[in-house]
Design a protein around this ligand. Structure first.
Ligand code: HEC
Length: 131
């Protein structure tokens, strides 16, 4: 109880906006490094070439496939928010299950998305199945 009060006080003192919220810092850094080239910083994608991640119904409805998409890439037609995309997304074979968890949590909560918290154990299970 006392610790909580102390944290609240500290938050007030430093005026931090993110106190009490997780900002998925590692996920964001990984996104900038591995994804923002195409899906762009704001996650809106690029015209008819790159699908959006911000407000993507595909991302929302396919949380059980996200690890394999990040790890192995994607090709062939995919429908996102009623638009069909048909390009190639490259694989990210060097990313660990831990990094993919952080990355997924970042994109699930960035840009107004609210697609739930990905647990390491679930991501690890997907990771094993799509090697
Ligand atoms: C070289 C460009 C490129 C990079 C880099 C890239 N993507 Fe993609 N991504 C695409 C394309 C193109 C598609 C659609 C593939 C298709 O048509 O089958 C896609 C599809 C997706 C989808 C499914 C559709 C959607 O919009 O919801 C997700 C999720 C996704 N990417 C996440 C990521 C993440 C996370 C990263 C970083 C690890 C990443 N992408 C890096 C180009 C890219």
């Amino acid at each position: 109880m006392r610790t909580l009060t102390l944290i609240t006080l500290l938050c007030l003192l430093i005026g931090a906006q993110n106190c009490g919220k997780t900002d998925y810092r590692q996920g964001k850094a990984l996104y900038t490094q591995h994804c923002a080239n195409c899906h762009l910083e704001h996650g809106k994608g690029l015209g008819i070439l790159i699908p959006p991640l911000a407000n993507s119904d595909w991302l929302k409805n396919n949380q059980d496939q996200i690890t394999c998409v990040i790890r192995n890439g994607m090709e062939g037609p995919v429908v996102v928010n009623d638009t069909t995309y048909n390009q190639v997304m490259p694989a990210n074979i060097e990313l660990t299950d831990f990094q993919i968890t952080n990355l997924t949590n970042y994109i699930n909560h960035a840009w107004g998305n609210d697609y739930g918290v990905a647990k390491l154990e679930d991501i690890r299970e997907q990771f094993e199945s799509c090697r």
